[in-house]
Design a protein around this ligand. Structure first.
Ligand code: TYM
Length: 323
């Protein structure tokens, strides 16, 4: 079984990235052939400063390793070190109907946010399809926001197979974990850098993390009154880090009244800070050893490139390209 996923280097990791994709991906590295990459080609659609892009890639590599990606078990590389994927993107573009891309919600969202769209942004899902299909991936662990891109990938693979031959491209399955499909942000919308509502897992200091957690939106029920645990984002986040008993205790305390939201936020802060404690230590060691991190990416790229070549050769032959 081949497991594959990617993540954009778009700044510091937040809890949504971690619980939606990284944590499941790290767990799956023990269950099959794992392939994980840093999607720097994709980041070019929004990051236009070369120094920032390079720094974000470096930081993400460190963070993924600190969180437990084991390069002995998983192949880990920088997307642009395997440029074969851009060739497959072009080939897939020629079987992709415009309408399929026009329906993509993430593209429509960006336009609604006032972004002036490039062709790259429009074609983004085709590159993502190539990422997945070039490795004959079976399973793709992602958050719910990627569901449509996985459907597009499956559609494109099917169209390719219909035109050039059955089973040329393997049809992948998304794996979306229900409890963490959409991790809420400070304001209850999906946690996302572009909504400015995220809680970073490696916030520089305890103080900064506490300040972030204190920004979680709550209603204005006075301290002494009973509070409604249903629909509380604070509790939804607490559920991701606390035991069932601890969550029940917090809910009971909400209903009883007499405790302010600040107290609950402090409890959540302690859980989050504690959860990433071991990773922070590992991260410091990795920051001090940039050569090791680069070696991991280079070795990963070599392995990934071998696999990508196999599929690309099969595709080139089937489509009549080359000799
Ligand atoms: P990206 O970089 O936006 O996000 C990385 C992963 O984090 C998940 N995620 C979330 N999960 C739950 N709750 C949230 N609030 C939340 N925010 C982010 C995302 O679902 C994703 O799994 N296009 C992809 C990167 C990509 C890719 C691929 C993924 C490129 N090629 C091939 C899989 C396969 C993206 O921008 O993810």
């Amino acid at each position: 079984m081949r497991i594959l996923s990617g993540i954009q280097p778009s700044g510091r990791l937040h809890i949504g990235n971690y619980l939606g994709m990284m944590e499941p991906a790290i767990r799956l590295q023990n269950e099959g052939e794992a392939f994980y990459f840093i999607a720097d080609y994709h980041a070019l659609t929004s990051t236009h400063d070369p120094a920032v892009l390079r720094e974000n890639v470096r930081g993400l590599a460190i963070d993924f390793l600190a969180c437990g990606l084991d390069p002995e078990k998983a192949t880990f590389w920088r997307q642009s070190d395997v440029p074969e994927v851009t060739e497959l993107t072009w080939i897939l573009s020629c079987v992709t109907p415009m309408g399929l891309l026009e329906r993509c919600v993430s593209f429509k969202d960006k336009i609604a946010q006032g972004v002036s769209p490039s062709h790259g942004l429009f074609a983004y899902p085709v590159l993502q399809a190539a990422d997945i299909l070039i490795f004959d991936s079976d399973i793709v662990p992602v958050g719910k926001d990627q569901k449509q891109h996985l459907e597009v990938t499956r559609d494109i693979a099917q169209k390719f197979n219909d035109r050039y031959g059955d089973e040329l491209l393997r049809i992948p399955e998304p794996q979306i974990r229900e409890e963490t499909a959409t991790v809420p942000g400070l304001d209850g919308r999906k946690m996302s850098k572009s909504y400015d509502n995220s809680i970073e897992i490696f916030e520089e200091t305890e103080k900064k993390l506490r300040k972030k957690v204190m920004k979680i939106v709550t209603d204005s029920t006075p301290v002494e009154d009973a509070k409604d645990p249903e629909g509380s984002y604070l509790i939804q986040l607490y559920e991701l880090f606390a035991s069932k008993a601890e969550v029940e205790e917090m809910k009971a305390s909400y209903r009883a009244g007499g405790t302010g939201y600040g107290h609950y936020k402090q409890q959540l802060f302690e859980k989050i800070w504690g959860a990433f404690e071991p990773m922070r230590e590992k991260r410091e060691a990795l920051i001090a050893d940039p050569d090791y991190v680069e070696d991991v990416l280079q070795n990963g790229a070599k392995r990934a490139q071998e696999k990508a070549r196999e599929v690309l050769d099969r595709v080139r032959k089937a489509t009549g390209l080359g000799r």
